[in-house]
Design a protein around this ligand. Structure first.
Ligand SMILES: Nc1nc2c(ncn2[C@@H]2O[C@H](COP(=O)(O)OP(=O)(O)OP(=O)(O)O)[C@@H](O)[C@H]2O)c(=O)[nH]1
Length: 436
């Protein structure tokens, strides 16, 4: 759990840390997949229920970007993002790197280092045992809400104002947020006064229903529009939230679904991030487009989209460097990446996936507000909900933004990235059996 409390601001990793993180990633994907057909030949069945229009509909339901407060500095800065050379003046830059604005025409192909698919190495122990997927409850049962509400209801409390006060404290402590908590508790109080609940168990059932009701509108799975070719997913988020790890997990998911895919190593600030993706790509036979540390992220994204289009790849997932939402120049750089992608495909990126660390607490709200203003977030992944995470911020995000939560990270293994499921999530935090 030490990883939950990693650095909060960018710093260059030591060689030892780089090696550790590469081996962490390799350990996270221990089972080599069966040798896959080359990306172009792989079957590309959409999952059951997938419709090409679903994503567009979901996005259309989002609150418009201009409905949210857009800090003037971000709008201004977005027009003139600083290049990496200015951002890290002490870092040597390759002399011939294409200027960000010139990327569309002049992205030098020789600077691109695609990691071609290789046959997976048969180094994992051969076993017929399927990996057992931990249940949501196993993963989230230790979270703050689960523990405090669990303790509360298992004491068979009396149905009175003290119980409501304790529920209120538990929800606020778990980061559900004051506004959402007040609404939930006041609704319960009204119904309790109207003698709607026979006992505490009935009140617990009502709380569960209300919590599911808050989350159900945002439990909208990501649908890959197969006509997009490629469907471009741009991942964004602050430092250390789990972007690169999530890309590895997502890539495994899409590969298992038989979708031809490619990755763009756009986190050009942290050397380990490029190596992480390359290690994963080599191991699983997925092409990774990279230009190395300190390359221009927009140029990497542009090259990757060009390559993906040329190959008819179905999905392109682009990584970006972690950045604090308060760093205006870096936030503006995201807008630049988006604009450069749009020179090749006006609809790209088809999904701006923001990764949020579930242990961040209420700060996650201002992170999302700023990222949404800068780049128009269309979906969320909330990571690190396992272990001691408070988890309540998921409710606050849902209530405040209504942006779809596509996936939840409930552990470090590939199978621990789950399609977000409102019922399973609430059930894990607040089992019905508590009131039994
Ligand atoms: N327990 C747990 N750990 C996770 C989860 N997702 C990611 N992590 C861990 O979080 C740490 C940071 O993950 P990275 O993928 O390197 O984060 P990042 O956002 O790419 O980092 P930067 O490039 O520095 O911004 C790693 O140790 C991951 O294993 C999760 O759902 N649960």
């Amino acid at each position: 759990m030490v990883s939950f409390f990693r650095r909060k601001k960018p710093e260059k990793p030591t060689d030892a840390e780089t090696e550790r993180r590469i081996s962490e990633l390799a350990a996270a994907f221990p089972d080599p997949v069966a040798p896959s057909p080359r990306a172009e030949e792989a079957p590309s069945e959409a999952p059951a229920g997938a419709t090409p229009d679903a994503t567009q509909e979901a996005v259309a339901d989002l609150p418009p970007a201009d409905a949210l407060p857009v800090p003037e500095e971000i709008v201004a800065a977005a027009m003139d993002a600083e290049p990496l050379a200015e951002r890290y003046p002490d870092e040597p830059m390759a002399p011939d790197e294409p200027a960000p604005s010139a990327a569309p025409e002049s992205a030098a192909p020789e600077a691109v280092v695609p990691v071609e698919p290789v046959e997976p190495t048969p180094d994992a122990p051969a076993t017929d045992e399927p990996v057992r997927k931990a249940s949501w409850r196993e993963r989230l049962g230790g979270s703050a809400i689960a523990r405090s509400l669990g303790g509360l209801f298992s004491r068979n409390p009396r149905l009175d104002d003290d119980l409501l006060d304790e529920i209120e404290t538990a929800l606020i402590t778990a980061d559900v947020g004051v506004t959402a908590t007040t609404e939930l508790v006041e609704n319960l109080r009204k119904r309790m006064k109207a003698r709607e609940f026979a006992d505490a168990k009935a009140l617990l059932a009502a709380l569960r229903t209300d919590l599911v009701g808050l989350l159900r509108p945002v439990a909208v799975p990501l649908q890959i529009d197969r006509d997009a070719r490629p469907f471009v997913v741009l991942t964004v988020g602050v430092n250390g939230v789990g972007k690169t790890t999530t890309i590895g997990k997502l890539a495994k998911r899409y590969k298992d679904e038989g979708r031809p895919l490619m990755l763009a190593a756009g986190d050009t600030f942290r050397a380990a991030a490029v190596a992480q993706l390359q290690a994963w790509g080599e191991r699983n036979g997925v092409t990774v487009i990279a230009q190395g540390q300190n390359a221009d992220a927009a140029s990497v994204a542009f090259d990757a989209l060009q390559a993906a289009k040329a190959r008819g790849t179905e999905v392109l997932i682009a990584d970006t460097a972690g950045r604090l939402h308060t760093q205006q120049g870096l936030m503006a750089e995201l807008g630049k990446i988006k604009r450069v992608l749009q020179k090749l495909d006006a609809a790209a990126p088809h999904e701006v996936l923001m990764v949020i660390d579930g242990t961040t607490g209420q700060n996650a709200l201002s992170q999302l507000r700023q990222f949404h203003a800068a780049v128009g977030v269309t979906g969320l992944v909330v990571t690190k909900l396992d272990g001691t995470a408070k988890g309540g911020v998921v409710f606050a995000l849902a209530r405040e933004f209504g942006i779809p939560i596509r996936y939840a990270g409930i552990g470090e293994r590939p199978e621990d990235l789950r399609v977000f499921d409102a019922e399973a999530f609430v059930d894990a935090l607040l089992p019905e059996a508590l009131g039994a």
